[in-house]
Design a protein around this ligand. Structure first.
Ligand SMILES: Cc1cc2nc3c(=O)[nH]c(=O)nc-3n(C[C@H](O)[C@H](O)[C@H](O)COP(=O)(O)OP(=O)(O)OC[C@H]3O[C@@H](n4cnc5c(N)ncnc54)[C@H](O)[C@@H]3O)c2cc1C
Length: 397
C-alpha cells in the first residue's frame, strides 16, 4: 500500500514512520525547501506525546535532542508561587524535533520531497507547485529537494496513492479539499514571541508566570534559558513589539521576566495564535486530516496530539480491512479526545487573556483551581496511551 503525506512538520514524519512500521510505502511532500534545522521556537512534549513516540521506537531519539523538565510551576505577577505539579515533559527546539522525526522516517525507508506544495486533489490525483530551488541535501537517496534549476515555480508531477494524509498544519489546504465548507482559522486574541536567554534560572521546572499584562513562560534547558511571552491583544498585531515595549509589558511584575528578556541572545519568530473548531469532516474518500490540519490545539499539547493522531491512524490502517473502515475507526477513536482537548486549551488561553481586575481574582482563585486541576483535572491529558499493541477490533458505528 502507498501513502502520500502532505506536510513534513510534526504529524507528517511521525505518520510516515508509523506507516513504515506496518509495511506501507510512504512519500512526504513538504512545501518548504529548507531543512528544519535550528529554526523556530521551542515545543514541550507531554508524557502522552512521548509515550506515543515510544510506541513506534522514536521516543529515545527525540528525548536525546531535548531537556527533560519534571515540574510545572505557576507564578502570579506579584512573584507568588500559585502552584507546583509534577509534569514529565521534554522541551526542545521545534526545528530539532522536526529534523529528528524526518531523519527517523527517512532511515525507516520513507521518501521526503521538499519544495513541493500541494495545490489540489481531484479524483484522487494530487497536483503540486514545485519550488525549483535546489537545497542541495543529497545525504540520502530518499530525500529530494525539488528540481535543480533557476528558482522558478512550476507545476510538479501529479501523484496518486491509496491514501492521502493531510498533515499540512493550521493553514491546511487539505482541510478545504476534504471539506470545502470547513471553517477557516481566526485570530485567537493572543500573540507570542520567544527567545533564548543567557540569564540563568533554576533548572527542572517549566515556569508559567501570569503577569498583569501578559503571560511569561521560561525554563532552563541545555541550550540556555528558553522563554516565551504570550500577549493578549484584541486585534491582530501587524508586527512584533520592539524590545523596549516588550519589557514595558512586564514592568511592575516581579520575577525574572525582564532580566531574561534583557539577556536574550537569540530571538525566535513572532507568531499569532489562531482558533479553529475541529474540522467537521476529518476524512473523505481516501483522504484524512490529522494534527493541526484537523484540530489546531495550539501551545501546550498541539504537537503531542499530532503525534498521537499519527500513531493511531497507522494502527487503524494496520487492523481494519479497508482504508474506508480504517478512516472511520480513526475518527471514532480520535474525535472525543481532540474535541475535549480543544475545549480545555481554549479555557486555558482565556485565563491568559484576563484583564487587570480579572487577573487579581484569578491570582486568588488559581492556587485552589491549580491544585484541583493538577491533581485530578488534567490526568486525562497526560495519561493517555495509544496502546499500539492492542488491535482496533470494534467495527465503526
Ligand atoms: C508559538 C507556538 C508554541 C507552541 N508550543 C507548543 C508546545 O510547547 N507543545 C506542543 O505540543 N505544541 C506546541 N505548539 C503547537 C504545535 O507546534 C503544533 O500543534 C504542531 O506543530 C502541529 O503539527 P502538524 O504537523 O499538524 O503541523 P505543522 O508542524 O505546522 O506542520 C505542517 C507542515 O505542512 C507544511 N505544509 C503546509 N501547507 C502545505 C502544502 N500545501 N503542501 C505541502 N506542505 C505543506 C508546512 O510547511 C509544515 O512543514 C505551539 C505552537 C505555536 C504557534
Amino acid at each position: 500500500m502507498e501513502a502520500m503525506i502532505i506536510g513534513g512538520g510534526v504529524a507528517g514524519p511521525v505518520t510516515a514512520l508509523a506507516l513504515r512500521r506496518i509495511g506501507w510505502n510512504v512519500t512526504i511532500h513538504e512545501a518548504y525547501t529548507d531543512p528544519a534545522g535550528d529554526v523556530g521556537s521551542f515545543v514541550s512534549l507531554g508524557a502522552n506525546g512521548l509515550r506515543a513516540l515510544d510506541a513506534i521506537g522514536a521516543g529515545d531519539a527525540v528525548t536525546a535532542r531535548g531537556t527533560a523538565i519534571p515540574l510545572l510551576r505557576l507564578w502570579s505577577g506579584r512573584g507568588r508561587l500559585l502552584g507546583e505539579a509534577p509534569r514529565g515533559r521534554v522541551t526542545l527546539m521545534r526545528g530539532h524535533l522536526v529534523e529528528t522525526l524526518r531523519d527517523l522516517a527517512i532511515d525507516a525507508g520513507a521518501r521526503l520531497v521538499t519544495g513541493r506544495r500541494l495545490q489540489d486533489v481531484r479524483n484522487g490525483v494530487a497536483t503540486f507547485a514545485d519550488n525549483t530551488r535546489t537545497a542541495g541535501d543529497s545525504r540520502t537517496t530518499s530525500r529530494e529537494t525539488g528540481q535543480p534549476g533557476s528558482g522558478h515555480r512550476h507545476v510538479g508531477q501529479p501523484a496518486t496513492a491509496d491514501l492521502i494524509v493531510g498533515a499540512d498544519g493550521v493553514h491546511s489546504r487539505m482541510r478545504t479539499i476534504v471539506d470545502p465548507d470547513a471553517p477557516a482559522p481566526v485570530y485567537a486574541g493572543l500573540w507570542i514571541i520567544s527567545g533564548r536567554s543567557t540569564h540563568p534560572v533554576e533548572p527542572g521546572a517549566f515556569n508559567l508566570m501570569l503577569g498583569s499584562k501578559a503571560t511569561f513562560v521560561y525554563t532552563a534547558t541545555a541550550a540556555g534559558t528558553l522563554w516565551s511571552a504570550q500577549v493578549p491583544a484584541r486585534t491582530r498585531p501587524a508586527a512584533s513589539l520592539d524590545h523596549e515595549s516588550l519589557l514595558e509589558l512586564y514592568h511592575g511584575d516581579r520575577g525574572p521576566a525582564a532580566r531574561i528578556i534583557e539577556h536574550t541572545d537569540q530571538w525566535h519568530p513572532f507568531t499569532v495564535l489562531r482558533r479553529l473548531p475541529s474540522a467537521p469532516r476529518s476524512h473523505r474518500d481516501a483522504m484524512v486530516l490529522l494534527g493541526d490540519a484537523a484540530h489546531p490545539i495550539g501551545a501546550g499539547q498541539g504537537a503531542s496530539l499530532a503525534i498521537e493522531d499519527a500513531v493511531v491512524l497507522a494502527k487503524c490502517l494496520r487492523d481494519r480491512a479497508t482504508v474506508t473502515d480504517a478512516l472511520a475507526a480513526f475518527d471514532r477513536l480520535r474525535r472525543p479526545r481532540t474535541d475535549r482537548m480543544l475545549k480545555a486549551t481554549g479555557v486555558n488561553s482565556d485565563a491568559k487573556i484576563a484583564g487587570p481586575l480579572a487577573a487579581r481574582v484569578r491570582d486568588v482563585l488559581m492556587p485552589v483551581l491549580f491544585r484541583r486541576f493538577a491533581a485530578r483535572g488534567s490526568a486525562w491529558m497526560y495519561d493517555y496511551d495509544v496502546e499500539w499493541q492492542t488491535p482496533v477490533t470494534t467495527a465503526p458505528a
